[in-house]
Ligand binder design. Structure first.
Ligand SMILES: *Cc1c(COP(=O)(O)O)cnc(C)c1O
Length: 655
């Protein structure tokens, strides 16, 4: 394959020469491209995803080697190659580490050099142009900032245009806005990237200078529209005021909004919240830039590949067109009262559950009743996703059995899976509680096969493909207003699991599509969460008025599940009592009530299967084909399509 390594300057002092700047004293790192094929489904198209690996410059190595300092030479190779050695494992959490900023810059710099090389060759071929005309750049190139992680690409593109290609600032800025668009993925304040100025000054001084220039001009436009409104300027500034330690930070989301022609959230509710809360001032200033693009999933991986028996059953009834046009699944609704078809859906689910039960007994040495309700909570471990609320329900079921050993209840297998960031203490406390409850419940003879709990190790996409087709119940129980969209919720729906969930993220749109009778919605909505915050939330108040919750918090605090170290989960019980940020206690009673309704419904297998059918048949909106078509038409300005992509989804609620 014909590829060229890219040079990326990295450690820098700057020298100014009449308007243009130049880096000196730089460390050169090579970016080696890895082209990963992305084949389309039966469309004769294979796209390439270009990934990069950092490689040390070879002659550096040799120079030191020849000078006799072999060890130093090898150490320097590591310094360069460490840049792409790890993916930082945090989910929804910003960690201001220098190596991470280097990594972000490296990937962005390599990509932008590659984009500009391709743009030039598309116009000039192999000829060397003295001065390149970049006027058509935004027609040929669209860059979608997937969160703020590649946002250093904004000053990098300006730098390449001004310092290297000789464009004026105004030309460079105009092209920049037309080229970039920004997708926001979270509202959690701890996840927003705010890089310390001191760190950027040290690593990327020219980029910091460009950011200051962007901000200065932006502040002037605010001042023109809102003269004397200094508080507004402070709120909207890309450069934040110094904090209590005298540290100034660069707010990367603000940079993205100012430098992009389109800004979107990833579900309708999330996009509305961006406009009404986090980026309210920006929406007022740039109302036309704000959009919504509800996330989607690919039916090729998440049904055709992962659940072949269900796919076959659907093909038998309505043919294959749903594979590339998921709205076609609506046709299944004709069979809502076809007892034979409902029975087939149930048979397929049962076979998938038997396979998973076999896998669980092999891997975890726990006997699972395949006829039990498979209650599945798989996703990254995070307090806002409330795996804790779910295990409190498991403890409630266990307490019911212990209080009434002969109780007739719907049998449940509760499956958890998900990775925690290594430094996230509370996430690890939650995992410890789950495994401790599992150990006690699974080995209690009184419980028998009425309740089993398993924490699946190393949850990942390949495991999701196995587990989701076997799920009866999908847990989507985040605190309203905290989950931007979720995509796990859509995968379960497509595989005929019913959802117990809050009105959060894309759950809202799922309920709209399938109808409220086919989903178990519970708990506070966003307005109720806001009202409770406003009046002052005290979890203790909710613990005191719920005897069931009080008993459970006391049990955890007293070490009932961790008898060998009774204080092991003290941080967790203290959190519940004193700083329950995600309002687990406030939603507890409603969750128990909703879970009891789930169990009641499960007793009526035909009703359950009909609800599952409505879930499957209502997933059309959540195909990523629809999502990508909307990005193409409404952000990237691509309105000609080769093949039969679906029409953009009409959102009745938007103006
Ligand atoms: C889909 C998926 C996710 C996202 O799940 P959410 O429930 O939307 O958070 C996370 N991890 C894996 C392995 C997935 O397949």
């Amino acid at each position: 394959m014909d590829f060229k390594w890219q040079t990326v300057p990295s450690k820098l002092t700057i020298v100014l020469s009449k308007g243009k700047s130049k880096w000196v004293d730089t460390q050169v790192v090579f970016a080696m491209p890895y082209d990963t094929p992305v084949p389309g489904y039966k469309n004769n198209i294979v796209n390439t995803l270009r990934l990069w690996s950092a490689k040390a410059e070879n002659h550096f190595h040799l120079k030191f080697f020849n000078d006799g300092d072999y060890v130093q030479a090898v150490m320097d190779r590591n310094l360069s190659e460490n840049i792409t050695r790890v993916l930082y494992p945090n989910d929804n959490m910003f960690l201001g580490k220098e190596l991470r900023l280097k990594q972000q810059y490296f990937l962005v710099a390599a990509t932008l050099q590659d984009i500009i090389r391709r743009f030039k060759s598309s116009i000039y071929g192999n000829r060397e142009a003295v001065r390149v005309n970049f006027d058509t750049f935004p027609d040929k190139v669209a860059i979608q900032l997937n969160d703020t992680h590649p946002s250093i690409g904004i000053p990098e593109l300006i730098r390449l245009f001004v310092d290297v290609e000789g464009l004026t600032w105004d030309q460079a800025w105009d092209i920049c806005i037309k080229t970039y668009a920004y997708t926001n993925h979270t509202l959690l304040p701890e996840a927003l990237e705010r890089w310390p100025v001191s760190l950027m000054q040290n690593l990327l001084p020219r980029h910091l200078e460009i950011i200051y220039e962007i901000n200065q001009k932006f502040m002037n436009t605010i001042s023109d529209r809102f003269p004397g409104d200094f508080d507004r300027m402070r709120r909207m500034s890309i450069v934040e005021e110094a904090d209590q330690f005298g540290e100034k930070r660069i707010n990367m989301a603000h940079l993205c909004i100012v430098a992009s022609h389109a800004i979107n959230g990833v579900a309708a509710l999330h996009s509305e919240l961006l406009k009404s809360s986090t980026f309210r001032d920006f929406y007022e200033f740039f109302p036309d830039r704000f959009q919504n693009k509800t996330n989607g999933i690919t039916p090729r991986r998440w049904l055709l590949l992962s659940n072949p028996s269900l796919a076959d059953l659907i093909v038998e009834k309505i043919g294959e067109s749903w594979i590339t046009n998921l709205d076609e699944l609506q046709k299944l609704k004709e069979y809502a009262n076809d007892a034979g078809f409902l029975d087939s859906i149930r048979r397929v689910k049962s076979e998938n559950k038997q396979q998973v039960a076999q896998y669980l007994s092999d891997e975890y040495n726990v006997n699972i009743n395949p006829a039990s309700l498979f209650d599945v909570h798989v996703k990254r471990i995070h307090e806002y996703k409330r795996q804790l609320l779910n295990i409190l329900h498991v403890i409630a079921l266990y307490n019911r059995i212990k209080e009434n050993p002969n109780i007739d209840m719907v049998k449940r297998t509760v499956l958890y899976g998900g990775k925690a960031a290594p430094g996230y203490h509370m996430a690890k406390q939650i995992i410890r509680l789950i495994t401790a409850v599992a150990e006690q419940v699974n080995n209690d003879a009184i419980v028998g096969d009425r309740l089993k709990v398993i924490f699946l190790e190393n949850y990942r996409v390949s495991m999701a493909e196995k587990i989701i087709p076997a799920a009866d119940l999908s847990e989507q129980i985040s605190t309203a207003g905290t989950e931007a969209s979720g995509t796990g919720n859509m995968k379960f729906m497509l595989n005929g699991a019913l959802t117990i969930g809050t009105l959060d993220g894309a759950n809202v749109e799922m309920a709209e599509e399938m109808g409220d009778d086919n989903i178990f919605i519970f708990g506070m909505n966003v307005e109720e969460v806001e009202a409770l915050t406003k009046r002052g939330y005290s979890s203790q108040e909710f613990i005191n008025k719920s005897p069931m919750l009080k008993q459970i918090v006391d049990q955890i605090e007293g070490g009932m599940f961790t008898p060998e170290d009774p204080a092991q989960l003290r941080d967790l019980s203290n959190m519940l009592r004193h700083h329950d940020r995600f309002m687990v206690c406030a939603d507890f009673d409603a969750f128990i009530e909703a879970q009891d309704k789930v169990a009641d419904t499960f007793r009526d297998q035909e009703k359950w299967s009909r609800m599952a059918l409505y879930n499957i048949a209502s997933t059309g909106k959540f195909s990523t084909d629809r999502t990508i078509a909307e990005y193409a038409r409404e952000i990237w300005g691509i309105d000609q399509f080769e093949s039969s992509l679906p029409a953009p989804y009409e959102n009745e609620k938007s103006e």
